[in-house]
Write a protein that binds this ligand. Sequence first.
Ligand SMILES: [Zn+2]
Length: 78
Amino acid sequence: MKTFTCKEIMNDASGCDMAFSGNDAMAVAGQCGQHVASSTDEAHKPMRDLMMNPNHTQADREKWMAWFQGEWEKKKEV
Ligand SMILES: [Zn+2]
């Protein structure tokens, strides 16, 4: 199992200190996605936009997922 904070998932650009744990990258991304979707503040806006804004294409989301998968590989198991 690995743990990422909201901040790490947002590449330290923004976010908060809430942590998400799971056995694969998609599980953690999904948990954070729900957390971000339920947020309304500026701190989560970049990720919220990526998820919800129709100006972001599927390709943008896939690029993000590829980045996160890389971060996932680098992260140590806990
Ligand atoms: Zn957060």
